[in-house]
Write a protein that binds this ligand. Structure first.
Ligand SMILES: [Zn+2]
Length: 275
């Protein structure tokens, strides 16, 4: 009698364990990842000035880009970052997000989630173009945009649709498994801003990709745990870079630095997508 109830208990635990596994193997939704150029390239930037708080780079100049991404998960679409605003001056995109999506035959109202790495204007610039989407944003960054946590360079108007209560917001305090199957996960990586996130995307063919947000702005800062001089919390930034390095090592993931022009060809060139 006792043995039987023990067996039932073990079975029960086993069944629960199976049910809790992310359903990636069979019948899993197809996931694709498309990079979009969401701002115009400016002249190469001397990185020692703003992008190193330890004077690490002498006169090194690097070409920065503005990247945002479309993730297709089954029939659902998610934007990761939205790039520069159309009125952002010389860095404004030549072709805006809505037009780029049109080239992919996707309408803005089909975008279910707009995921934001952090609140800086070059990442939330075109968010208001996706009013039907649920805004996924780090709790700390939402606190900045709503004025609870004062920080420089917070342009709340760029997400006015959600601040005014016009759209659904889901604040993300830690990690968030966006579709519930482990294929697209916002990774809590604070430091550059209070609620900063990277995005991990598991692709059936290419493998695991991690989009950096601005945890690091270029390859050298990622490699050397470098911190820009405009940054919320130095120790958090270093810890976040270390976390991502461990994940990359454990999952054989490829890290893509969103602002680094040298990382653009780690993904197929638009309109092609990684699968
Ligand atoms: Zn930033």
């Amino acid at each position: 009698m006792m043995q039987r109830s023990l067996a039932i208990l073990v079975l029960g635990v086993g069944a629960y364990g199976l049910a809790a596994q992310p359903a990636l193997a069979q019948g899993a939704a197809e996931v694709t990842l498309t990079r979009m150029e969401c701002g115009s390239r400016l002249a190469p930037t001397e990185v020692n000035l703003r992008f190193s708080d330890s004077f690490a780079y002498g006169g090194l100049k690097l070409q920065f880009v503005y990247s945002c991404y479309l993730i297709k998960h089954g029939d659902d679409y998610m934007m990761w970052d939205t790039g520069q605003a159309q009125d952002a001056g010389p860095a404004a995109p030549k072709v805006d997000d809505v037009e780029l999506l049109a080239q992919l035959k996707v309408k803005p109202e089909q975008v279910k989630f707009v995921g934001i790495s952090h609140f800086h204007a070059d990442h939330i610039g075109q968010a208001n173009s996706f009013p039907n989407a649920t805004l996924l944003i780090g709790q700390g960054d939402w606190d900045v945009l709503t004025g609870k946590l004062p920080q420089p360079n917070a342009k709340s108007a760029l997400v006015s649709h959600w601040i005014s209560g016009g759209g659904k917001v889901e604040t993300v305090p830690l990690d968030k498994d966006v579709f519930g199957d482990g294929s697209v996960v916002m990774l809590y990586t604070p430091g550059h801003t209070p609620g900063h996130h990277c995005l991990m995307v598991k692709l059936a063919g290419k493998g695991v990709v991690i989009l950096s947000g601005d945890m690091a702005h270029f390859q050298e800062n990622y490699a050397k745990d470098g911190v820009p001089s405009f940054n919320y919390d130095r120790s958090q930034t270093v810890a976040s870079i270390e976390r991502i390095k461990q994940i990359a090592s454990n999952l054989k993931a490829e890290i893509i630095i969103q602002h680094d022009a040298r990382d653009v060809d780690k993904l197929p060139i638009f309109p092609a997508s990684a699968k």
